[in-house]
Design a protein around this ligand. Structure first.
Ligand SMILES: [Zn+2]
Length: 479
């Protein structure tokens, strides 16, 4: 799959309508979540004996009532797509890819999924890669939204329009046109090479806090001085707005404004990280000498845990100082250097170029000598310097570590450690999950009796549905 995301600039009126669409789609999604929770709770306590399944369907008509007149102001397709999104989320849960769908909040990134009925895409003449996106129906027109693509793409069948920290984007995904070799196939090809050749073709990457990434041939991947200066400036700005945010009244307009300002500073930092990761990975992958990129396997989540509290043995209930502040500062800089994102981006670009990214055990990579393999803490007289106590090899500590990682990576590939991860897939199921039907392989219902009730349409009380068959709809559900 190829993902695409392009910036777009709706007018204020268009933005207003899109926000309305987003809100209504979210409303339906959340209503489905609420309905499902209600059914499951109810099934647990009372209705287990009716023997009919909990509906996992795309019905949304029951939410269009007198209390929700706003739902009539958007195209029905928007509402249906909300229900479909919920069902797809449930599909991912059944495939073991995530938890049950939960309530979507109105904070953070917001998006609306629109399908072919609602948009037309046409290229603008005389303007390369510029497109006109006509959105809406005859009854609910939104108008034309122009955007410029930064790379070529196939026209999609559906797309997302999203709003995050004041920016609008059009995004969609497509089947990839070019064939991508699997990691296993690439590894098998590289295994044939003699070890010296493999070592020469392997680039080691050491991830650190001071320098986000250092390569074994001495390239340093850091933000540009201008970016670093702006990051520091935004950091100060964020602190100021965070203080304002804390003082402002909950639910108020000014608080929302302060929150927007804080979000913008975070957005800049994440933009810089992503930009840097993409550009650096592109440069590394385009270098023809390198076939393998070796990284240490880091447990970023484990590494960035909070400092543990130290109980005072003499005074129960009291605690000793544990440098919590220093640890959270370190955690912040680890997360700020974006290691995980860099790995993902490098891996994707490498796969497209028929190259390999491997992760090797990280233990002692900073204390091992790249020339003779001697491991000792004394090899690191300071943060930046490496002096081997056995052979006298001297180097920059990060470059030495990257060279150690490169050597480990080459051995890792030669020994055939690269195994393809099984790909998790999920598909939409057209039927409801019931006791009489085959369930997806590997799926065990978390609550043993959760498959035992039926929805009744409109205002019919659930009580009545226990006594009698509801009309017509039951046919569709029990089929
Ligand atoms: Zn040595």
């Amino acid at each position: 799959m190829d993902g695409f995301r392009f910036r777009c600039y709706p007018t204020e009126a268009q933005a207003q309508t899109l926000r309305q669409w987003i809100g209504c789609q979210r409303f339906i999604y959340n209503a489905k979540v609420g309905e499902d929770r209600y059914f499951r709770r109810f099934a647990k306590s009372a209705l287990q004996l009716t023997g009919t399944p909990i509906p996992i369907d795309q019905c949304y008509a029951q939410f269009k009532t007198e209390q929700t007149p706003f739902l009539a102001e958007v195209p029905g397709v928007i509402l249906r797509n909300g229900a479909v999104r919920w069902k797809q989320a449930y599909g991912r849960y059944f495939a073991g890819l995530g938890g049950r769908p939960t309530i979507k909040t109105r904070h953070g990134r917001q998006s609306v999924w629109i399908t072919r009925e609602l948009f037309e895409l046409e290229p603008i003449e005389d303007a390369p890669r510029a497109y006109r996106l006509r959105i809406g129906t005859r009854k609910f027109p939104v108008g034309e939204l122009a955007f410029t693509a930064h790379r070529d793409f196939e026209p999609p069948a559906s797309l997302h329009i999203s709003l995050e920290a004041g920016r609008w984007h059009v995004s969609f995904s497509n089947e990839t046109a070019t064939e991508i070799l699997s990691e296993k196939a690439i590894a098998e090809r590289l295994q044939q090479l003699p070890i010296e050749q493999l070592e020469a073709a392997t680039l080691g990457l050491d991830r650190g806090v001071a320098t986000p990434v250092m390569t074994s041939d001495g390239q340093r991947i850091v933000a540009s001085p201008v970016q670093q200066q702006r990051l520091a400036q935004k950091e100060r700005r964020r602190k100021r707005w965070q203080r304002k945010l804390a003082r402002r009244c909950k639910g108020g307009k000014n608080r929302a404004k302060a929150r927007e300002q804080v979000a913008r500073t975070y957005r800049y930092a994440s933009d810089v990280r992503r930009d840097l990761a993409h550009k650096a990975a592109r440069i590394l992958v385009d270098e023809p000498r390198h076939q393998v990129y070796a990284l240490e396997a880091l447990q970023v989540q484990q590494m960035t845990k909070r400092a543990k509290a130290k109980p005072d043995p003499e005074r129960p209930g009291h605690y000793l100082p544990n440098n919590a502040k220093a640890k959270s500062g370190l955690n912040k800089s680890i997360l700020a250097s974006g290691w995980g994102q860099f790995k993902t981006i490098l891996r994707n670009k490498a796969a497209r170029a028929g190259k390999l990214v491997v992760e090797v055990p990280a233990a002692y990579s900073s204390q091992e000598c790249a020339r003779c393999g001697h491991i000792h803490p004394d090899n690191r007289p300071s943060q930046a310097r490496f002096v081997c106590q056995a052979c006298g090899h001297q180097a920059h500590a990060d470059i030495n570590a990257a060279q150690v990682i490169a050597a480990r990576g080459a051995r890792w590939v030669a020994d055939g450690h690269v195994v393809a991860k099984p790909k998790k897939r999920c598909a939409l199921r057209r039927t409801t999950v019931g006791p009489g039907e085959a369930e997806p392989a590997g799926f065990t219902p978390r609550t043993p009796v959760e498959n035992a009730i039926r929805r009744c349409r409109g205002n019919t009380s659930a009580h009545r549905s226990m006594k009698q068959e509801p009309p017509a709809t039951s046919q569709r559900l029990s089929r």
